[in-house]
Design a protein around this ligand. Structure first.
Ligand code: SF4
Length: 362
């Protein structure tokens, strides 16, 4: 084992955080926690992980489990598409592999929804395979070790970092080495105010020696922001105090559950049609809100449609299917709808609607 790897693993042995999934060699647990941890902080993941594996303890339970339960257990973690992919992966393992987990990096890459990073984490931790895990923390550590202040984020820059980590991984304990690199980035070599005096690699760090930590790695080039106008349709069945939500299978926020979303032109067409129907009252709320998703700056308006009479109880033809909504509406009691929504945008829509509800009623 090279000198750096030895120091790093020794530091990891003494200082790593005790996390529930590190106390076990259960492959299913490693997989679930890795998917949960992507883009979500550990403080949020830890209680959610314990709850998840308590209620969905095996890959068979995940493959056969119902969507509703999955959504509830995932709520608060965000990016619900990850949960759907996890379930798809579980179904693949149960149906195509008889419930046997893949045993190598290459095999994990065949699992639906499993990318190179997740495959590398599982293969190195669970099977001691010598394959580098390069996440944002590792990029930061390597950039500083090598004093890289440019060309880190391009594909050639990322390949160079991966090659460097590949060269560092020891034959013994490659999984612990990967975890140590990520842990060092998360707890010591932090984005701001790194704790260099506690770092096991300080003597090898060129950025520390050259006093240029601040500029390593360089800032990620920002993608141009795209402005988007969206209308969230809140269809409210007054007689039962139920609200319609849909499974969004395509378009913006695909693979999530929430209010039907319409573009500007679509919304204006829908508004005209709905206003012509006597059973409905349609109005646009006076205030809107802004929401940012990656490089999209979204301005969200609410189009509230109040079903004054219960269309399902009359001979009237419910207009929804004729308006181009490809997915059926699910009618959910407004008292429990918050638990069904899978994005923060939908939560904001519901909050705004609730604020206006008393005025709508009157
Ligand atoms: S010495 Fe400081 S900047 Fe260098 S790797 Fe360690 S924590 Fe990061």
């Amino acid at each position: 084992m090279n000198h750096c790897a030895k120091k790093l693993i020794a530091w990891y042995d003494d200082h790593h955080r005790h996390l529930p999934w590190r106390e076990t060699r259960n492959i299913y647990h490693t997989w679930v926690c890795e998917v949960m941890s992507q883009q979500t902080t550990l403080a949020v993941v830890i209680p959610k992980f314990s709850d998840f594996v308590k209620h969905i303890p095996t890959v068979y339970d995940l493959a056969a489990g119902d969507e509703e339960k999955l959504r509830q257990l995932w709520s608060g973690l965000g990016y619900y598409a990850r949960a759907r992919n996890l379930k798809k992966g579980a179904q693949f393992i149960v149906e195509q592999r008889d419930g046997h987990f893949p045993q190598s990096y290459r095999e994990w890459l065949e699992i639906p929804g499993c990318g190179p990073y997740t495959a590398a984490v599982i293969a190195s931790i669970s099977f001691n395979e010598k394959v580098a895990c390069v996440d944002g923390n590792v990029v930061r550590v390597v950039s500083r070790l090598l004093a890289l202040s440019k060309d880190v984020w391009s594909s050639s820059g990322q390949s160079a970092i991966r090659a460097y980590v590949d060269g560092m991984i020891p034959d013994e304990r490659p999984g612990d080495f990967n975890q140590a690199m990520m842990e060092l980035g998360a707890t010591i070599c932090r984005k701001t105010k790194p704790l260099c005096h506690l770092c096991p690699l300080q003597q090898q760090c060129l950025a520390f020696a050259g006093n240029c930590i601040e500029s390593c790695p360089p800032k990620k080039p920002r993608r141009d922001t795209v402005d988007v106008e969206l209308y969230a349709l809140v269809v409210w069945r007054t007689t039962t105090d139920a609200i319609a939500i849909v499974d969004r299978t395509k378009g913006f926020l695909s693979n999530t559950v929430g209010f039907p979303l319409l573009g500007e032109i679509e919304a204006s067409e829908v508004k005209t049609v709905l206003k012509s129907l006597q059973q409905l009252q349609v109005f646009e709320l006076p205030s809107k809100f802004s929401h940012v998703i990656t490089h999209h700056r979204i301005s969200v308006s609410l189009l509230v449609v109040q079903e004054v009479y219960d269309l399902s109880m009359t001979n009237a033809i419910a207009p929804w299917s004729t308006l181009g909504f490809s997915q059926p509406f699910h009618w959910i009691a407004s008292s429990v709808i918050a638990s069904k929504l899978s994005t923060s945008l939908d939560n904001k829509v519901f909050k705004l609607f609730q604020n206006y509800k008393p005025h709508i009623n009157s």
